[in-house]
Design a protein around this ligand. Structure first.
Ligand code: SF4
Length: 261
């Protein structure tokens, strides 16, 4: 625990100290299982759930990335959460606004240590207005629980805030147009670490075409910041490819270490 003077000094140099809840501290002290049993168990539980939606999310990992882009939305005021969310709700900067049921800005702790960024809302997310719900979301929740983190302790959002039609990948130009919102959210949350889930999210955040299998193998930093960024497979991919669970478990353990330094 920092003294009030130490906290004052940290604030003076722009660092925010976030006291952790008793539950979070106790959860972090829990030793992690030695293998990927937690992911195994989560997969078994999720496999029993009925799948919903049109085109399965699972196919996204294999699809081709898209085309170069346009300008981001103009004249945005994104100084606080109200402005960010209002601007997202009013945004019609790309064609995704035309077909979605509602905007899906993001959800969770606005002072979270961990920020999770996926690619875009799917069928269930579009209906519920919340990212990572449905089977993928439930698996994500269980993955987080395996390292002692509750969903409400993280901030979860996507590269684009509107559902791409037929669950196609967001195009690069759409991601660019939505980037101002994501950057504003990251700037407000100031996470200690970002977890990028899935190929589209990782390639967009890191501005690369490298395959996700390669990006997973190392720690990154969000370009232009000193925020560590970990890439892992999308939970939907894990549902389709259970053999990836050992890799995902290593990623989660690495996150756990970073968050408990
Ligand atoms: Fe605007 Fe983003 Fe929705 Fe495109 S995806 S309309 S940029 S909020």
């Amino acid at each position: 625990m920092l003294t009030s003077r130490q906290q004052h000094c940290l604030r003076g140099i722009g660092i925010r100290h976030r006291p952790r809840s008793r539950a979070a501290v106790e959860a972090a002290r829990e030793p992690l299982p030695s293998g990927s049993e937690a992911i195994d168990l989560a997969l078994k539980q999720i496999e029993k759930l009925p799948a919903k939606g049109a085109k399965p999310l699972e196919s996204r990992e294999e699809e081709s990335p898209a085309q170069p882009g346009l300008d981001p939305p103009q004249n945005l005021s994104l100084e606080n959460w109200d402005e960010i969310n209002r601007s997202i709700q009013q945004c019609t900067a790309c064609e995704l606004a035309r077909n979605c049921s509602q905007k899906v800005p993001g959800v969770g702790d606005r002072q979270a240590d961990l920020m999770i960024i996926g690619e875009g809302p799917g069928h269930d997310e579009d209906i519920q207005g919340e990212p990572f719900v449905g089977r993928s979301g439930q698996l994500l929740d269980k993955m987080l629980a395996a390292i002692g983190i509750d969903r409400d302790q993280v901030f979860i959002t996507n590269i684009v805030k509107c559902r791409p039609p037929n669950n196609r990948d967001p195009k690069q130009q759409e991601a660019q147009q939505c980037r101002a919102f994501l950057e504003a959210q990251i700037g407000r949350v100031k996470p200690r670490v970002i977890l990028s889930v899935g190929r589209v999210s990782a390639q967009s955040l890191l501005d690369t075409k490298q395959p996700v299998g390669k990006l997973i193998k190392q720690m990154h930093q969000l370009p232009g910041t000193d925020i560590p960024l970990k890439v892992t497979y999308h939970p939907a991919y894990l549902l389709r490819t259970p053999s990836a669970k050992a890799i995902v478990w290593q990623d989660l353990k690495q996150l756990h270490q970073i968050l408990n330094r």
